[in-house]
Design a protein around this ligand. Structure first.
Ligand code: NAP
Length: 376
């Protein structure tokens, strides 16, 4: 495992950070967590050198923090740093922020959280957190030793990012970034700004929720033609770790093989190691993906549960997969299963709850109908 310096904080952390949002098939719609399996995965990652673990109050129906707390018993807590988050919807004043933090500490079975993040904010979210005194609360909790670092995770435009990152004395920022998202959300411009400010950057969705792990035919052809052979996952992580501003790349792993593969990859990555030819390859790969992607959904499930029972990420994942990897919707097993379960876009009543929650700011209601029509 390679370790990297967290900007102005000066501390070291593992280049691979384990995300605790995708255990047990979460990405494909199964939200029931297999606790023993998840604990095994977390400990395997730590034994392999991972020192950074990312969770949040809301992940996996609020069970992710509990499972992480259990996994960190038997001496594991002292070997790692924990990042968790405060969701906007659960707090409205100092008392509710205090109650939430205390609940998270209890669930995690720890007396302090290392990186405490205002969760998934854009400018509106930041203004809300300021209006309830969150920045002062975070500063006070730092003084009390309940948290070590004041941070935020971000889903918004570059302009929002530029404003928020300079509007407080942040210790770390978490952004969505991968070779497809150079001009999306904070993007490369945001990454570079954080770097200039000395603020360490933690990356989420480095594989776009897993989409970049499976190369479609046109992308695989590009990888195959390149003289150096690497897997799609390795290319994606290598591209990220080439950037010196990045402290840790999070990845949510569901399987032992994925943990082991990532441990291997993150043992080889360094800043500034990619050649001109390799960077050009990734530009070509980006274009090849864009030509086949239907919608930028990453199956993060922030839109779920839908009040009317539509399986939103399930629909978009089938739509993208058939476009990327081919196949006939009539005979596609996932499509047949989706239809059988009945959680289809026909149930949508256009209430808009999903669009308000989507960190990618997708036009979910219209796109659901487009996907359903095309696939039928
Ligand atoms: N703060 C926020 O707003 C926010 C939002 C999103 C995520 N996050 C955090 O960031 C973490 C990372 O994001 P992410 O989970 O979306 O990361 P990601 O790396 O983009 O996607 C994870 C998925 O990639 C696939 N994968 C990972 N390693 C692989 C390997 N070696 N080989 C093949 N496939 C592999 C798996 O997909 P399959 O399961 O399909 O196999 C896995 O579930 C999350 O777990 C969460 O903790 C935070």
């Amino acid at each position: 495992m390679k370790y990297r310096t967290f900007g102005k904080l000066g501390i070291q952390g593992s280049a691979f950070g384990l995300g605790c949002m995708r255990f047990n098939g979460e990405a494909s719609g199964d939200s029931v967590i297999d606790e023993q399996k998840a604990i095994g995965l977390i400990r395997r990652a730590i034994d392999g050198g991972v020192t950074y673990l990312d969770t949040a109050y809301v992940y996996l129906d609020k069970t992710s923090e509990v499972v992480l707390g259990k996994a960190l018993q038997d001496g594991y807590r002292d070997r790692v740093t924990i990042a968790t988050k405060m969701p906007q919807h659960a707090v409205h004043d100092r008392a509710s922020m205090q109650a939430l933090l205390d609940e998270e500490l209890k669930k995690l079975q720890t007396d302090h959280i290392d990186f405490y993040l205002m969760h998934g904010i854009d400018r509106k979210g930041w203004e809300y957190f300021k209006s309830i005194g969150a920045p002062e609360f975070f500063d006070d909790m730092k003084k009390e030793g309940k948290i070590r670092y004041k941070c935020f995770s971000f889903h918004g435009s570059y302009d929002d990012f530029e404003y928020i990152i300079q509007d407080s004395d942040w210790d770390m920022v978490q952004i969505q970034y991968n070779f497809m998202d150079i001009n999306n959300q904070a993007g490369t411009k945001g990454l570079e700004l954080a770097g200039r400010l000395g603020i360490p950057v933690v990356i989420m969705e480095g594989l776009l929720g897993g989409r970049l792990a499976r190369a479609p035919e046109n992308v695989q052809a590009l990888y195959d033609a390149f003289p150096v052979k690497r897997s799609a996952v390795e290319w994606a992580f290598r591209w990220l770790c080439n950037r010196p501003e990045i402290a840790t790349v999070l990845s949510g792993c569901n399987e032992t093989e994925q943990i082991d593969d990532n441990l291997r990859i993150f043992d080889t990555v360094e800043p500034d190691i990619m050649t001109e030819e390799e960077l050009k390859l990734m530009d070509d790969v980006r274009e090849a993906y864009i030509s086949r992607t239907k919608i930028g959904c990453t199956s993060c499930r922030y839109c779920m549960p839908c009040p009317n029972g539509v399986n939103i990420p399930g629909m978009f994942s089938i739509w993208n997969n058939i476009s990327l990897y081919g196949g006939d919707p009539k005979h596609d097993w996932n499509m047949q299963n989706y239809r059988k379960k009945g959680d289809t876009p026909e149930k949508c009543i256009q209430c808009g709850a999903c669009e308000a929650a989507c960190p990618q700011h997708l036009n979910i209601m219209d796109e659901l109908q487009r996907a359903w029509k095309e696939l039928n």
